[in-house]
Write a protein that binds this ligand. Structure first.
Ligand code: FAD
Ligand code: GLY
Length: 384
């Protein structure tokens, strides 16, 4: 995408706080456009929520009625993905494991099938391209599905990417465009003088810039210097995950989602090119706790096994938990903030991987042109 750059906005010095997919994506686009960009990341770039995610690009499957603007944004971002991936793979010379085999949402038992019917009705009212199919039809598409499954929704436009590969590619593409990455460097404070953001404090040093972008995920309101009205209402929402190693004869192709009516945790299974079967996820309001629990992993394994019994003998190769950055209304917080030169890009909650292309391009466009597009106007901090 070519952004019409205003002359007054050329060659800006931009500081981005946070090196997850959101910070890296914005940084890459801006560095390519000629800005001098520095990303400050307090640990290793991309190793927080962006690493923990499953990489589903699922605007249709995770749809909620009351979130029409968010749905539209997700659909747009999902459509941007093929072009985004082509550009990223060219700039990074890496493969990011984008897969377009689609998603099956299955009803494991009768209660789940009833819940599926409600979801399907909502999806049809929203005019989404989804199809109701029988259990047999679902098994023709994915033979490993349990014989107990009686119905499914086929969502061919819900795709996936290898989010960890995307993180690595974004770092490389950003650095290839002369973006500067400071890892193991925590930002303590944003310096605001007379309603204008001037820079950031790293230890005792003030690093100045023309624009500061706050993209620190669920830690975005944990940085000093922001007036109360400008602190983004974000919180951590814990998700426990695990990965199995797929073996010959037990290889899934599509993303499988199994909403569970009777149990605390819906599950999803996301097969990756490298043979991992990524399984998630719990959704827990536990603050910054990232411990794994017996119950959390049990629920994931139970749901997975009931949907795809053949996983029983597969080796467990990894378990982890990540923190989704959830805002008060669970939609992202994007754009201007009321403090001059301070831009926000946070609160992407369950959909940050899906929303990376649209966020990166729209926030870069805002910085390069000074104009807020219709796509993000609805998601500004001022809505709270
Ligand atoms: P993060 O990746 O968390 O990055 C923020 C960065 O800021 C961190 O690296 C942190 O160290 C840094 N930071 C914080 N404070 C400071 C500071 N003071 N100074 C410097 N650096 C700082 N989304 C999807 O679209 N599809 C999925 O399938 C999906 N699955 C998910 C599964 C799980 C279990 C989880 C947890 C999330 C999932 N998500 C998914 C959501 C997605 O991962 C997030 O919305 C997205 O990664 C948010 O990106 P981010 O860059 O804002 O945050
Ligand atoms: N979008 C999947 C998750 O957040 O668990």
């Amino acid at each position: 995408m070519t952004i019409p750059i205003s002359k007054t906005h050329l060659n800006q010095r931009v500081i981005i706080v946070g090196g997850g997919v959101i910070g890296l994506g914005i940084g890459w686009q801006l560095a390519k456009a000629g800005c001098t960009v520095s990303i400050y990341e307090r640990n290793q770039a991309g190793r927080a929520a962006s690493w923990a995610a499953a990489g589903m690009l699922a605007p249709h499957a995770e749809v909620h009625f009351e979130e029409r603007e968010l749905l539209n944004m997700g659909v747009q971002s999902c459509r941007m993905y093929p072009e985004w991936v082509a550009e990223l793979e060219t700039d990074s010379r890496m493969n990011v494991g984008y897969r377009a085999e689609g998603t099956l949402i299955v009803g494991v038992d009768r209660d789940d099938a009833r819940e599926l019917e409600h979801l399907y009705e909502s999806q049809k009212l929203l005019d989404l391209k989804v199809e109701w199919i029988t259990g047999r039809e679902a098994r023709e598409m994915e033979p490993l599905l349990s014989p107990k499954i009686t119905a499914a929704i086929w969502s061919k436009d819900d795709h996936q990417v290898d989010n960890r590969a995307m993180v690595e590619a974004l770092i490389r593409a950003y650095q290839n465009a002369d973006g500067i990455l400071h890892e193991d460097t925590s930002v303590g404070k944003i310096e605001i003088v007379d309603g204008k953001a001037k820079g950031i404090w790293v230890k005792d040093n003030l690093e100045e810039a023309d624009v500061i972008v706050l993209a620190a995920g669920c830690w975005s309101n944990d940085i000093d210097g922001l007036p109360e009205a400008v602190q983004p209402p974000v919180r951590p929402v814990k998700g426990q995950m695990l990965a199995l190693q797929m073996e010959e004869g037990i290889v899934l192709e599509k993303v499988i989602r199994a909403p569970r009516a009777k149990y605390p945790t819906d599950v999803y299974l996301v097969p990756k090119d490298d043979g991992r079967l990524v399984i998630g996820a719990t959704s827990e309001e536990m603050g910054f706790d990232t411990r794994l629990t017996a119950g959390g992993l049990f629920e994931l394994l139970r749901g997975t096994w009931e949907a795809v019994p053949g996983i029983y003998d597969l080796p467990v190769i990894e378990t982890w938990a990540g923190l989704r950055p959830g805002s008060r209304d669970n939609a992202p917080i994007l754009g201007e903030t009321g403090v001059e030169n301070l831009i926000m890009a946070t609160g992407h909650y369950r959909n940050g991987i899906l929303l990376t292309p649209i966020t990166a391009r729209e926030i870069a466009a805002l910085i390069l042109t000074g104009e807020t597009s219709e796509n993000i106007a609805h998601f500004q901090l001022s809505r709270f």
